[in-house]
Every structure is written in C-alpha cells, then in structure tokens.
Design a protein around this ligand. Sequence first.
Ligand SMILES: [Zn+2]
Length: 307
Amino acid sequence: MTGVTTLPDRRLLLVHAHPDDESIGTGATMAHYAAAGAHVTLVTCTLGEEGEIHVPALAGLAAAEADQLGGYRIGELADACAALGVTDHRFLGGAGRYRDSGMMGLATNDHPRAFWRADLDSAAGQLLEVIREIRPQVLVTYDPNGFYGHPDHIQAHRVAMRAVELAVAEGIAPAKVYWTAMPRSVLDAGLEAFTGSSDNPFAGIDDASELPFGTPDAQIAARIDATEQHAAKEAAMRAHATQIPANSWLYAIAGNFGAEFMGVEYFTLAVGEKGPGRGRYGWEDDLFAGVGRDEPDRAPVAAAGLR
Ligand SMILES: [Zn+2]
C-alpha cells in the first residue's frame, strides 16, 4: 500500500466555539451522519474556560479560582463525542491554543490568548490544515452574528469563512458551507407552547423578533431530520454536566416535545448550490444534497494524522 488512507466518500467538518456547542447546536446532525458512515470532523476553537459551573463539587475549577475548567471540559467533550459516535475531534491549533473570550465586553475579551483577539489568518491557516487533510465537501459553522452574538462564536464564523477563502485559492474548498439557524416558525411555536408555563425559558419575551436569533423560514436551506438520534444528542448534552444542569429546561422541552425538539436541526446555505428539497420552501433533507460524491479530486485523501 502507499500509505494513503481513504476516508469515507462523504466528509462533514463542523467548526464550533466551545465544548457543548457541537451537541446543543448540531449534535443530532453529527450523530446522524456518523451513523450513516460519513466522516464527521469536529473542530472546537476554545476550551470554554469561562463557562459557568453547574456541578457544585467542581465550582473551584472556575476561571477566577483554580482556572482548571478548560482542561476538565476536554473530558466532557470527549464523552459527548463518544455519545454522538464522532471519533475525529480536534481543538483549533491544539488544545489550549485559544482561550474562551467570555461574554462580549468583559475583560476576558482582552486575554492574550482570547480567541476574540486571534489573528484571523493564522487561525484560519490552522483550520485550512484540517481542510487539506479531510477535504470535506460540507462545512458547518455559525452565521456572522455567531448565532447569538458571543464573541467566540462570531470569531469562529470569521475564521471558518476565511479558511474557506484560502481553500478556494488552493482548489480544495468544500462544495457547501452551512450556518446553523432556527426558523422563525419553530421559535414562534416554542414561544406559544411555553406561554403560561412555570418554567418558561422565554419568560419576558413577547415576540420571537426580540430574540437574538431566528431566521425567516424562506431563508432556511436545510432541515435535517435526525429524530432517530435524539437520545444520542441528549446523552451528549448530559456529558457537558458543568454547563447544562441536569434539571435544565432543555431536557424539560425534550420531554414535552419528544424527539423532534432534540432531533431536528436547521441550516442556512452560505456557500454552494442548494440541492433538491421538499415542502413549501424546498428545504433540503440532506446537507450533501446535490454534492457529487465521486469527483476524482475529492476521492482518496492522504490522511496521515488519522491513523
Ligand atoms: Zn459557545
């Protein structure tokens, strides 16, 4: 043999900001494609050092105390990936290269290793190395507002899109780039369902337009029905125990709304051509829709790092 590893012919790369974002935002989709035999690669940009800690016994790990939360979350993320069936996970530039910047406007934004301050070309170059190795046809990240405005999510968007530009220049760009999204109709239904609930995550919000996310249905490109993976997604979220309390309203919703809440995820298409879809807005039901699987330049990939 030549030492060339042949990856599966469908390859999906996801770029997320912190450990837990992959599970909350795209866990069902990741599990869905991993189970279907696609190669799923997760790149996480920070260790999530500035996260809250919902496990009282671990409170001393906090950034202002022992500052050990980031290292601890590496283990949580590994458990989450195992629950999702995802075996290829990396931290951008290596674990600890970039630090969680904390919420917008906090002093933590100015930490020398804060991801928010990362040099765009250098961080994008690190992601480009992963693209060269994996040659994903599909890349998933956030929209320009980082889905909800967190600086590390905005930066993940910038880094991913810059890496795509660099990949275009090398002729190895993914055929499609998606951004995570939440259709307005789904948000509206959620608001409606929680009206009058004692544990209302939308308390004080009268209209979905007051939320920092929500995309008109006509702008959604793909609806991935991975309801068969809803339990894997919930298990992955529970692996992030420091971040998501065991009594979180997220799990309550999952109980009330069944598999659809956890198992269906939505995306807008930022780069590439939309494939065939269905329904009123022609939503794709497959992120690889319309992507040629057997293009010679996308088939066998040298993947030395994966052995
Ligand atoms: Zn995050």
